[in-house]
Structure formats: structure tokens, C-alpha cells
Design a protein. Structure first.
Length: 140
């Protein structure tokens, strides 16, 4: 796979929630939009390591760390069909693009968040992962 992934890009992906993993599930139940928050190509092997954040139209529970996506950002991201949307930043799926069973080769992105909004998302994500962010490994 030679596609380049960039932070802020929105793609579809069968996201596996932490609660599903805790129940022993290994596959996401449906394709959903996700945001690439980290995309790092390693020097050894040239593999692209991804951290993917789920986007949901369901209002979040009070115990979840989320950011509501402003209407303009929804349009930029190709999510204008959603009346309201949130990006979940307290858990993420980790995958390797070139070895992924879940990323479709040659898949087009839906859109991309603006740099200012992505900086806010990334700062909140990194703070969350420092504290207790939950990584769901999708490379096994």
C-alpha cells in the first residue's frame, strides 16, 4: 500500500471500541468515519503507524472524553450528513497501514479537518493518552 495518511484526514474503518474488546470481540461491528490523529512512517521498514479516533453521531456519555465537531469542520471532513458529531479522544485504534486487514487499499478520504481544529484534537488526545487513554491494537 503506497497511500499516504495525514493527520486530520477522515477515512472509513471498522473501528473496534474498547468495550467491545473487553467483551472479547476482535472485529469492529461496522464501518464508521475515523480521524487519523497520528501517522508516522518508521525509518526501518517504511511502515506507517496510525492512531485512529472514532467519530460518532451519538451524544457521548458523561464519563467519556470527546470533542464536539463544529458544523464547518463536519463539512470539511465530508460528514455534512451528520446533524451533530463528536470525536472520541480517550481511546484509539492502532494499526499499520501497509499491513492492515481493515484499511481498503486505494480508499479515498472523506475529507480533512482544518489545522486549528486538528491541533485542538491532537492536544486533547495526547493529554488523554498520558493519563489513561486506551489503545486497541488492530495489528494482531
Amino acid at each position: 500500500m503506497s497511500r499516504e495518511y495525514r493527520p486530520g484526514e477522515i477515512v472509513t474503518y471498522p473501528y473496534l471500541w474498547a468495550w467491545q474488546q473487553d467483551r472479547g470481540e476482535t472485529e469492529g461491528r461496522k464501518e464508521r468515519p475515523v480521524c487519523v490523529v497520528v501517522a508516522v512512517r518508521s525509518d526501518r521498514g517504511g511502515l506507517t503507524h496510525l492512531a485512529l479516533l472514532a467519530i460518532t453521531s451519538q451524544p457521548p456519555r458523561a464519563d467519556r472524553l470527546t470533542l464536539e465537531i463544529p458544523e464547518m469542520e463536519c463539512r470539511r471532513a465530508g460528514l455534512s450528513d451528520l446533524k451533530r458529531a463528536w470525536i472520541v479522544v480517550d481511546e484509539y485504534n492502532y494499526d499499520i497501514a501497509e499491513r492492515s486487514y481493515y484499511l481498503e487499499p486505494g480508499q479515498d478520504s472523506l475529507g480533512r479537518f482544518s489545522k486549528p481544529f486538528m491541533m485542538r484534537v491532537a492536544a486533547t488526545f495526547f493529554e488523554s493518552t498520558r493519563r489513561s487513554g486506551h489503545r486497541i491494537n488492530r495489528v494482531d
